[in-house]
Each structure stands twice: as C-alpha cells, then as structure tokens.
Design a protein around this ligand. Structure first.
Ligand code: SF4
Ligand code: SF4
Ligand code: SF4
Length: 102
C-alpha cells in the first residue's frame, strides 16, 4: 500500500493498535543516513524528500527509529510523509495530530 502512515495491530483487539507515522524528528536520523542528500531536514522537524536524488539504497528505512519510512516497490524509493495533515481529518477519534513546532 502506498501510504506514509500504517496501522499495526498489537496482537488482538483488546490490546489495540498502534499508528506508525513520521514523528517529524528535530534532528532526523533518516536524513543523516541518506548518502545523496535526498532527504533534507525540514524547518519545524522532519524531512523533505527529493526523489530525483534518491538512489534507492534503503538506508533511510533502516535509520528511522520508529519504522516510519515505508517503501514504494514500483519506483524503488521511500514513501516520506509530507506533513499535509490529511490523515488527521480522517481519524474520527483524534488519535493523530499535526503540530508545527518552531
Ligand atoms: S521518517 Fe523517521 S527518522 Fe525521519 S523524521 Fe520521520 S520519524 Fe524521524
Ligand atoms: S533510499 Fe533514497 S532517500 Fe533513502 S537513504 Fe537511500 S538515497 Fe536517501
Ligand atoms: S500527514 Fe499527509 S503525508 Fe503524512 S501520513 Fe498524514 S496524510 Fe500521509
């Protein structure tokens, strides 16, 4: 599935679910791991992805501490959250929030 957000079952309905989505790190390990500067730290946290620079090495996938870099097999590149906040409006329980941090 091509999405920058995934919901993982914690093992049964009683245990619940965990939402895996980019936490917009202040000092993003994914950007540090990228050998081609295809991921550049973004003002306010997280990263901006420059697909034209990406060589598909998957270093960012391994570097993200929460596993929030997903993979698009069709183009062999990562799927990076663009912090659009679209997902926030779709969650009826207000589990997700998008906050700009200066
Ligand atoms: S993808 Fe992972 S490492 Fe990169 S900014 Fe988001 S949470 Fe941090
Ligand atoms: S897959 Fe692309 S964005 Fe990720 S570390 Fe490698 S070159 Fe950088
Ligand atoms: S903020 Fe936008 S790009 Fe990021 S997970 Fe939500 S809908 Fe997807």
């Amino acid at each position: 599935m091509k999405a920058a957000i995934h919901v993982k079952s914690l093992g049964g309905f009683e245990r619940g679910f965990s939402v895996i989505v980019c936490r917009a790190c202040k000092d993003p390990p994914c950007a540090k791991a990228c050998p081609t500067d295809a991921l550049i730290p973004r003002k306010g946290g997280g990263v901006i992805f420059y697909a034209n620079k990406c060589i598909g090495c998957r270093a960012c996938v391994d570097a993200c501490p929460i596993g929030a870099v997903f993979w698009d097999d069709s183009v062999n590149k990562p799927i990076i959250c663009v912090y659009c906040g679209y997902c926030v409006d779709f969650c009826p329980h207000g589990v997700i929030a998008l906050k700009e941090v200066e």
